[in-house]
Design a protein around this ligand. Structure first.
Ligand code: SAM
Length: 279
């Protein structure tokens, strides 16, 4: 029984990092006409109302997207991401809705592209399907994204962005994430993969980035954003990271220029920092 609901966290600092980079990956691969496949192994609901009681419970978006919204002088790559958030907010002054990863992809993909989504939570699946409407490019699979990914690869066009974004609610997710990447690379070595991971104080989480480096990819980039000092009680998310396989050649430079601004904007105490590593 899954209890994680992304609506409680939508638009937080981790979503900002993940979705800002997702927009960069998609924008880069959409420069060529040939069809692009977007696969999301852990899709969520695609759209989140920031005005409902779920989002307002801890109001995590206030220290995430809320700190970018309405700001002037953003670095261009962050403005490109913000433009995707604006598309879901008809009143440009008020931040009411936040797009999840499938919604961002839906907004960016072209008629020739395809989207394949996996979601396991029964309520989230229903909302996801409603939010996508009758989009003919997309298929939602109700089930396990780690398992389902194998059958999607390689995509017919041999061009793909794959987001692996578990909630890590289940400790086994750490091992399954690594294995999913290993299996995926055997089938589709040239795909662009983005694996999201949490910065939390548990051994499996601390080890995950290093273990992903051994998944079989020659070309990878690892970026993480710490927004605060780890809590004394040992609990909570103090940041997050993305491990990217076959990143666009421009991404490392983009992050070098952008991450310091993101740290200044999203840090919640003087411990805010970022890490950027490349293979
Ligand atoms: N990718 C989304 C985004 O960026 O907007 C957020 C996804 S959220 C972090 C993780 C989602 O995975 C949750 O909606 C959860 O119900 C779902 N989930 C958990 N285990 C799963 C599994 N094994 N396969 C597919 N979905 C799963």
């Amino acid at each position: 029984m899954l209890s994680y609901r992304h609506g409680f966290h939508a638009g937080n600092h981790a979503d900002v990092l993940k979705h800002f980079i997702l927009v960069q990956l998609l924008a880069h691969l959409l420069q060529k006409d040939k069809a692009l496949w977007y696969v999301d192994t852990h899709a969520g609901a695609a759209q989140y109302a920031l005005t409902d009681s779920t989002a307002l419970k801890n109001a995590e978006f206030e220290t995430g997207i809320g700190r970018l919204w309405g700001r002037r002088g953003l670095p261009k790559p962050l403005d490109t991401y913000l433009a995707q958030v604006r598309l879901l907010n008809s009143d440009a002054h008020k931040l009411r809705n936040y797009p999840g990863s499938p919604q961002i992809a839906l907004q960016m993909l072209r008629p020739q592209d395809r989207m394949r989504l996996f979601e396991k939570h029964t309520t989230e699946i229903r909302v996801l399907q409603q939010n996508l409407g009758e989009d003919r490019r997309s298929i939602v699979y109700a089930g396990d994204g780690f398992e389902g990914l194998k059958a999607m690869l390689p995509p017919p066009s041999r061009r793909g962005v794959i987001l692996i974004d578990p909630s890590y609610e289940d400790k086994a997710d750490y091992k399954r994430t690594k294995q999913a990447l290993v299996d995926a690379l055997i089938r589709f070595a040239t795909g662009t993969y983005a694996v999201w991971y949490p910065l939390v104080q548990r051994r499996e989480a601390r080890q995950l980035p290093d273990s992903l480096k051994l998944a079989g990819a020659d070309d990878w980039l690892n970026v993480s954003l710490t927004v605060k000092e780890p809590a004394a009680d040992g609990y909570g998310l103090h940041g997050s990271g993305l491990f990217i396989v076959n990143p666009p050649w421009t991404l490392a430079d983009t992050l070098r220029q952008t991450m310091p601004w993101l740290v200044d904007t999203l840090a919640q105490d003087p411990e805010g920092t970022f890490l950027l590593q490349t293979s």
